[in-house]
Design a protein around this ligand. Structure first.
Ligand code: SF4
Length: 346
C-alpha cells in the first residue's frame, strides 16, 4: 500500500532546503524529529539565528521552528550548521507532530510513520501521533492521526476515526492497509495547552509564537542547570522542557493577557504590513481589554482565521476596527496606532 497516489502535490513549504522570502529576509523551517531538540541542538539553533539570521525564531502551529531574517549568501553556512546538528538529513520525513509528553513507545511509532511516509507530500498534508494525557494533541488537525489508547492505536483519516489496531500494524493501517482495524468503543480525548509545572515538565508559551535567540539560550542554560535534557515543541506555540524552571521571559501563566491576543509579524517583518502589529498588541494587552483580540497587519489575517471579539486590521499606517469578526470583515471605523486607548471607550 502506498500513500503516494491519493495526494496531489502542489505548493511548497519553507523547509530548511527551501527558504521562503519574507519582509525581514529569508525564512527556513526546521523540523526536528518527533518535535524534540536536545539542549545542544537548541543552543546551536540559537547560535544560527543570532549569527546567520536576525535573532528571531518562530514556533509554528505544526510544532516546527522557523529561523528568520536570513540572507541568501548565508544559506550554505546555514545548511552546514543544521547538518552538524543533525537537523537537516531526511527532512521530508519529519512532518509528524507528536504530543509533548510522548514516551518512548509513542515516539517510536512517530518515527516509524515519518520514515514510511512518501517524500514530497503536499503542503497541506499533516500527520500526528499521540499518547493521550493532559497534553494530548488528538484534537489537532491532521490528515492522518494515530493515537495510542487503552484499545490499541486508533486511526483517524481526514477527520474520521476508522478503528484501532496493534502498534505493529498501525503504520500499515495509516498507509492504507485497513485489514486489521477493529471497531473502537471510545474516541481519544483531546488535551489542551497547559503552562507552568506539569509533573516534572515545565510548559512555556512564546508571545505571538516568537522567541529570540537570547531567550532560547537562556532557556537552554536554565534547563541544563535544572538537570533537563531536551525541549519539546507543540502545536500551541509553547515549549515543554523536562525540568522545573522559571519562565525566563516566556509565559508560564495561563491567565497572561498576551495569550488572548494573536498578532501576525506585521511591519517590518512582512512587506504587506504598514503597522507594528506585535508592538501594538503588547500595548493592548497592558490596557486590559477583555475578550479575544486579533491584530493583523493586513486583511489577509494570517495569524487567525476564526472570529475574535476585537480585530484590528492594518491599512496605510492605521487600523480598521472590527468587532466580533475576522480580518476580512468590513471595519466600523479606523484608529491610529497612537490612539489605541480610545478602544477602551467601545
Ligand atoms: S496578515 Fe498581512 S501583514 Fe500580517 S503576516 Fe499576513 S500578509 Fe503579512
Amino acid at each position: 500500500m502506498s500513500l503516494a497516489a491519493p495526494f496531489e502535490i502542489k505548493g511548497w513549504c519553507p523547509g530548511a532546503l527551501r527558504p521562503m522570502p519574507s519582509g525581514d529576509g529569508l525564512l527556513v523551517r526546521v523540523r526536528p524529529w518527533c518535535g524534540a531538540v536536545t539542549l545542544e541542538q537548541a543552543a546551536g539553533l540559537a547560535d544560527i539565528s543570532a549569527t546567520l539570521g536576525n535573532g528571531c525564531i518562530d514556533l509554528t502551529r505544526r510544532a516546527n521552528l522557523q529561523i528568520r531574517g536570513l540572507r541568501e549568501d548565508h544559506l550554505p553556512a546555514l545548511h552546514d550548521a543544521l547538518d552538524r546538528l543533525g537537523l537537516l538529513e531526511d527532512e521530508a520525513a519529519r512532518n509528524v507532530m507528536v504530543d509533548p509528553l510522548a514516551g518512548a513507545e509513542v515516539r517510536a511509532l512517530a518515527l516509524a510513520l515519518g520514515r514510511a511516509l512518501p517524500a514530497n507530500l503536499p503542503t497541506k498534508f499533516g500527520a500526528l501521533v499521540d499518547g493521550g494525557g493532559p497534553l494530548s494533541i488528538a484534537g489537532e488537525r491532521a490528515t492522518i492521526a494515530l493515537c495510542v489508547t487503552s484499545e490499541g492505536v486508533a486511526l483517524r483519516v481526514d477527520g474520521e476515526w476508522l478503528g484501532a489496531t496493534t502498534p505493529d500494524r498501525a503504520v500499515a493501517a495509516a498507509l492504507g492497509d485497513r485489514r486489521w482495524l477493529s471497531k473502537m468503543t471510545v474516541t481519544p480525548v483531546p488535551g489542551r495547552r497547559r503552562l507552568g509545572r506539569i509533573g516534572g515538565v515545565t510548559g512555556l508559551a512564546a508571545p505571538f509564537g516568537r522567541i529570540d535567540a537570547s531567550q532560547l539560550r537562556a532557556l537552554v542554560g536554565a534547563c541544563a542547570t535544572a538537570g533537563g535534557s531536551q525541549l519539546r515543541l507543540s502545536p500551541w506555540r509553547a515549549l515543554y522542557v523536562d525540568a522545573a524552571i522559571d519562565a525566563n521571559g516566556l509565559i508560564a501563566d495561563e491567565s497572561d493577557p498576551l495569550l488572548r491576543i494573536e498578532a501576525c509579524p506585521g511591519a517590518p517583518a512582512c512587506s504587506s504590513a504598514t503597522v507594528d502589529t506585535r508592538g501594538d498588541a503588547r500595548r493592548l494587552a497592558a490596557m486590559g481589554i477583555a475578550g479575544t483580540i486579533h491584530v493583523s497587519g493586513c486583511a489577509k489575517g494570517c495569524a487567525r482565521s476564526a472570529p475574535a471579539d476585537l480585530v484590528l486590521v492594518g491599512r496605510e499606517g492605521r487600523y480598521g476596527v472590527v468587532r466580533h469578526g475576522t480580518a476580512r470583515d468590513p471595519a466600523s471605523r479606523t484608529v491610529a496606532p497612537d490612539a489605541l486607548g480610545s478602544l477602551l471607550d467601545g
